[in-house]
Design a protein around this ligand. Structure first.
Ligand SMILES: Cc1cc2nc3c(=O)[nH]c(=O)nc-3n(C[C@H](O)[C@H](O)[C@H](O)COP(=O)(O)O)c2cc1C
Length: 350
């Protein structure tokens, strides 16, 4: 499957854009684990145009993580056009992605992100303007099925997303990602892949369709490709504390050992400390830089399925999630490794 000239191979599995999660360090780790391509967290076009430092820092890319998409959002055509140019000039991403799917109130409530699903002419104007603004960079869109359930089907019986996908394709985008939920659903219920499959089955569609929503295993990824015919699958939440999911999907016959997974989590802590150091507002104070990286990686340590179900683990877990020094975190991860091995041994038949 190709986005523009970027060849992502057969059945690629991609890292979804996630605010405050898919920063440069996590993207790099997921690429090392086998993600075919990675997406940045969304960046506000208004903030880019105002040259807000915090947003400009989100444009940092390292060569080893390519191919990478930088995602922008906004509802104003001129700001989006200008932001697209800034992103391409400063970061040279492989792909520029537009967010028309964010459901949160502070974004969609103001008409940006998924809010654009209520203003299709405006969405198309933005898409055309961005495609024109960066002619040498492939532009892609990520969106949802519709604003809410009432708008899932058009009066003539066509699914809203099938019609929208054609119009977005006509604006010149090079791939479309569809999260199989409406805005009203936020993250509740189950993703509906049927409508994603209908977009893919539309003979008028020529661009790749990337399916997204609730993929948590190699088997689910396989089914998404086979049942719905999508060109690629994008994974978000299932990567929390489990960046090796990309390896699991690409190489189901080569399972990683417990030790390898624990080592990957330690590498994640290390990468988080190293890469957040550049972004930190506390720049200059080494101790604080370490703390920033540790705080950032805590959500992954808390979510990792690897540490679930260990007997008598509560105290160690709390200590690990409170630790403020790398040495402390590492020591507690090592203690967890031992506890994990003990519990596995105890569960083995004699
Ligand atoms: C913490 C978090 C932050 C997110 N931030 C973004 C974002 O910046 N841009 C975007 O397009 N989607 C964002 N999403 C949505 C995901 O990209 C994805 O569409 C959604 O989580 C469904 O996929 P999943 O079931 O694999 O998690 C975010 C989701 C989460 C959980």
């Amino acid at each position: 499957m190709k986005i523009g000239n970027i060849d992502l191979g057969n059945r690629p599995v991609l890292l979804a854009p996630m605010e405050d999660v898919t920063d440069i360090g996590f993207r790099l780790l997921c690429r090392q684990m086998g993600a075919a391509m990675v997406w940045s967290e969304f960046v506000s076009s208004d903030a880019l145009v105002r040259m807000v430092n915090k947003s400009l820092l989100k444009l940092q890319i390292c060569p080893e993580e390519r191919p990478v998409a930088i995602q922008i959002y906004g509802k104003d055509v001129e700001a989006m056009r200008e932001a697209a140019r800034i992103v391409v000039d400063q970061a040279h991403p492989d792909v520029l992605d537009i967010n028309f799917g964010c459901p949160v109130k502070k974004v969609a409530g103001k008409g940006a992100g998924a809010g654009m699903l209520q203003n299709v002419p405006g969405m198309l104007d933005i898409t055309k303007a961005v495609v024109e603004a960066v002619p040498d960079t492939p532009v892609t869109v990520k969106t949802r099925l519709a604003w809410d359930e009432k708008h899932l089907i058009l009066p003539d019986g066509t699914p809203f997303i099938v019609d929208l996908a054609e119009r977005l394709q006509d604006c010149g985008i090079k791939a479309l990602t569809i999260h199989g939920r409406t805005r009203a659903q936020m993250y509740t219920g189950e993703a509906d892949w049927t409508n994603i499959g209908l977009v893919k089955a539309n003979p008028r569609m020529t661009i790749p369709i990337i399916g997204n929503g609730d993929i948590t295993s190699a088997e689910e990824a396989r089914q998404a490709f086979e049942r719905y015919g999508v060109d690629a699958v994008m994974i978000g939440r299932a990567t929390f504390g489990r960046p090796w999911i990309f390896h699991e999907i690409a190489h189901p016959d080569q399972p990683l050992s417990l030790d390898e997974k624990v080592d990957i989590l330690k590498r994640q802590v290390e990468i988080s400390i190293q890469t957040l150091s550049n972004k930190s507002p506390l720049k200059g104070n080494l101790e604080n830089l370490e703390l920033c990286g540790i705080r950032h990686v805590r959500r992954h340590l808390a979510a990792t399925p690897l540490f679930k179900g260990i007997p008598n683990y509560r105290e160690t877990r709390i200590a690990m999630l409170r630790a403020e020094k790398k040495e402390e975190v590492f020591a507690l991860i090592e203690r967890t490794r031992e506890m994990l091995k003990e519990s596995l041994k105890a569960n083995q038949p004699a």
